[in-house]
Design a protein around this ligand. Structure first.
Ligand code: SAM
Length: 230
């Protein structure tokens, strides 16, 4: 059975599309999506040999070799420009996901939708979206097995219109901060507690009036999150 996390990712795959799942590991997501008729065909990309072999095995066992192509390579290297409509990248940090998108920028040609599931650091992805003309069209935050996950869905902007996000929505997510569900409140209440602790420790260790970039950033984030949670 597929995790709720990956099932949530699968909901946003464009119907009848060809999609690439980058960092596919066991290829559970492509197998599920094809079996459920959510997509026409898929590419499972993996950089590490172990998971790549597991993906090959999984696709073979599911008898989906004619629909899922398992490829070994770094990030978007496994796809050609205009080969897929949609890309999923799940289960990594937001920084790593962003660096995969940056490195493979020219392979994003023809891609209409990105479905990204960062384990941490979703703000890296939102920043990338704003800078690269991708608009967030939906976001989800869910809790599964005591862990909280965010799912970001972005669509390529076709017009010259510029897409902007406020500082609060870059950090918290424009859709998520509007919805403010239980998982959201839990995640940010926890973050807030940690940040306050760090700030307190910093103030104990040095002159509270000393200004440092890290401290200012912390204070700013605390203010932004407090404002949204209240
Ligand atoms: N996507 C699956 C999921 O969400 O359950 C697997 C997540 S697993 C934690 C991350 C996978 O990404 C690992 O199998 C790792 O080898 C792969 N990976 C990391 N960096 C990668 C890159 N630059 N290109 C392709 N795969 C990568």
């Amino acid at each position: 059975k597929l995790s709720i996390r990956l099932e949530t990712v699968s909901k946003y795959i464009i119907k009848d599309s060809i999609f690439a799942d980058i960092g596919s590991d066991h290829a559970y997501l492509p197998c599920y999506a094809i079996n459920k008729g959510l997509a026409k065909a898929a590419i499972a990309g993996e950089i590490v040999d172990g998971p790549y072999q597991t993906a090959l095995q999984q696709v073979k066992e599911a008898k989906l070799e004619n629909k899922i192509s398992v490829r070994k390579g770094d990030g978007l290297e496994v796809i050609e420009a205009n080969e897929v409509d949609c890309i999923t990248i799940a289960g990594m940090g937001g920084g790593l996901i962003t660096s995969i998108l940056e490195k493979g920028a020219e392979r994003l040609e023809g891609v209409q939708r990105l479905i990204l599931q960062p384990n941490i650091g979703a703000h890296h992805i939102r920043n990338w979206c704003v800078q690269n003309n991708w608009e967030l069209i939906n976001e989800e935050i869910i809790e599964e097995d005591e862990k909280i996950y965010e799912i970001l869905v972005a669509s390529k902007i076709q017009t010259n219109e510029s897409y902007k996000l406020t500082d609060a929505s870059l950090l918290l997510g424009p859709f998520l901060m509007k919805e403010k569900n239980e998982a959201f409140k839990k995640k940010w209440t926890e973050e807030l507690k940690q940040w306050k602790n760090i700030l307190e420790k910093m103030n104990e260790a040095e002159d509270p009036d000393k200004i440092s970039e890290r401290k200012e950033q912390l204070k700013k984030n605390i203010m932004l999150v407090k404002e949204v949670l209240k």
